[in-house]
Design a protein around this ligand. Structure first.
Ligand code: NAD
Length: 474
């Protein structure tokens, strides 16, 4: 019987499959594959009258560009193998979407639900202290972001901790991304990864050839979508796809089971229910199924695993009945499952592309912090006054009795509005998702040895990392 490789081995298998099609020297190949360093820290925090010891990691996969970038995850399953796999994926992801970073990742073994906000702050500050004093959090060397179990709140504590330890650093707020707006964050970061999933799917659906490979036709409108994990990424992806593209979210799988509705679930109400009750059970807008894993195998057009790694594996891959998988989570499909799914003709939009919206908008946030000015602040009103000039001229012309036309309803209002930070962030994200998809699909369609998007994505990103190492003289 085939055994499942670890997460890091799985990433290496996928890397090796791609690199076998390239012409890299074995030395350079190995240099890119290996993780440069992993720091393990064990620290104590006095909580509830006794000292609790926690274990955390920060792994740096590649420093071909600095700072290195990657989220910090809070979960009980965090271990060295996992952070190293995730750090490697960050290297390839950043190269694919052309954000100028190397790859890194961090994690803390903790169940955040077991501690109250004040305790979480003490733990986070102490973890951050350990990383900051070793330059493993720094605006110029290593810039974390949120991941599973962390969000704006933790990022704000980390920034504040960095400031306390680096009181004269004018770029202190660039030490971490995914911060709240009032602590130096950027509009559109919270939604960014889910928004990126939406833009990725919209781009995929622009190409008849690509849809044909997945046995799909038409637009996103009416497509049946199953989402696993209604956290930050899954919630935003499900919300935008259903509210803006007409997708029907036929099932949502969470920790406590799944909720199914063939007519489509109301995502906002479901999210509220989860926040209130801690799970999907009891939601009135769909049928509750205790065995969530079985729902992953239900028929649908698009399956979006947005919870955690390894959920589609050697045990269930043969039963998956979707046409298209969008890897919103990191590593949801193991290397063995990937092979089975490819043979079944299921198209996979790989994690390093599908969930790159987060790091893309993190890049914008980092640039904003270093430039100390909000995007759009200088040009917005100027843009509006130029638009007003054209509109006034058009209105003057329309007074001419010889010309019979008038501006359509709402045009004036829409055309007059200059782009603020949120519009600019979404535009930059959409552009990035389109350009990166195009780079992948060019390889997918033009290299006869490549029959899947994941290998194509690896070829593009490894090629870029290799070029960067070569230009350093390696
Ligand atoms: P999150 O903690 O906000 O949400 C995770 C959700 O998955 C939660 O609702 C949780 O209850 C659910 N979940 C956990 N285990 C589950 C299981 N076994 N079955 C079903 N549901 C389960 O995390 P997130 O930030 O949304 O991250 C989710 C995934 O996306 C991770 O793989 C992460 O690495 C990846 N990712 C996140 C970002 C980001 O910006 N947050 C960026 C890129 C990739």
């Amino acid at each position: 019987m085939k055994t499942e490789p670890s997460f890091r081995e799985s990433v290496d298998i996928m890397f090796n499959r791609a690199v076998a099609l390239m012409d890299l020297s074995p030395g350079l190949e190995q240099k890119i594959r290996v993780c440069n360093s992993t720091y393990t820290v064990r620290f104590g925090v006095r909580l509830r009258g006794k000292i609790e010891t926690f274990t955390g990691y920060r792994s740096v996969h590649s420093e071909h560009m600095e700072p290195v970038k990657g989220g910090i995850r809070y979960a009980t399953g965090v271990n060295q193998d996992e952070v190293e796999a995730l750090a490697a994926l960050m290297t390839y992801k950043c190269a694919l979407v052309q954000t100028p970073f190397g790859g890194s990742k961090g994690g803390l073994c903790i169940d955040p639900r077991e501690w109250n906000a004040h305790e979480m702050e003490q733990i986070t500050r102490r973890f951050a202290y350990e990383l900051i004093k070793r330059d493993l959090i720094s605006p110029s060397q290593n810039v974390p972001a949120p991941d599973m179990g962390t969000g704006e709140r933790e990022m704000a504590w980390i920034t504040d901790q960095y400031r306390r330890m680096n009181t004269t650093d004018i770029n202190a707020s660039a030490c971490v991304t995914g911060k709240p707006i009032n602590a130096g964050g950027i509009q559109g970061r919270v939604e960014a990864t889910g928004r990126g999933v939406q833009y990725a799917l919209e781009e995929f659906f622009r190409y008849e050839e690509d849809k044909a490979k997945a046995n799909l036709t038409g637009t996103l409108d009416g497509k049946r979508v199953i989402v696993q994990g209604l956290g930050n990424v899954g919630y935003h992806a499900a919300k935008f796809l259903s509210e803006e593209d007409g997708c029907k979210i036929t099932a949502v799988i969470e920790r406590d089971g799944a909720v199914v509705n063939p007519d489509g679930l109301a995502i906002e109400f479901l999210k509220e229910h989860i926040i209130l009750t801690g799970g999907v059970k009891g939601f009135a807008g769909g049928e509750y199924v205790e065995d969530g894993a079985a729902v992953l195998e239900q028929e649908c057009d698009i399956l979006i695993p947005a919870a955690m790694e390894g959920v589609i594996n050697l045990n269930n891959a043969k039963n998956i009945k979707t046409k298209l998988i969008v890897e919103a989570a990191n590593g949801p499909v193991t290397a063995g499952a990937d092979e089975i799914l490819r043979k079944k003709g299921i198209v996979i939009i790989p994690d390093m592309y599908a969930n790159a919206g987060g790091v893309t908008v993190s890049y914008f946030e980092w640039v904003k912090n270093l430039s100390h000015i909000r995007f759009g602040r200088m040009q917005r009103r100027q843009e509006e006054s130029r638009h007003r000039l054209i509109l006034e001229e058009l209105e003057r012309l329309s007074q001419d009795p010889a010309i019979s036309w008038e501006l359509s309803d709402g045009f004036k209002q829409k055309y007059l509005k200059g782009a603020g930070e949120l519009e600019l962030v979404r535009s930059g994200l959409d552009d990035t998702m389109r350009a990166s998809y195009q780079a992948m699909r060019e390889v997918w369609h033009n290299n006869p040895k490549v029959d899947d998007l994941r290998t194509a994505a690896y070829l593009v990103s490894i090629g870029r990392v290799a070029a960067s190492y070569r230009s350093k003289g390696l």
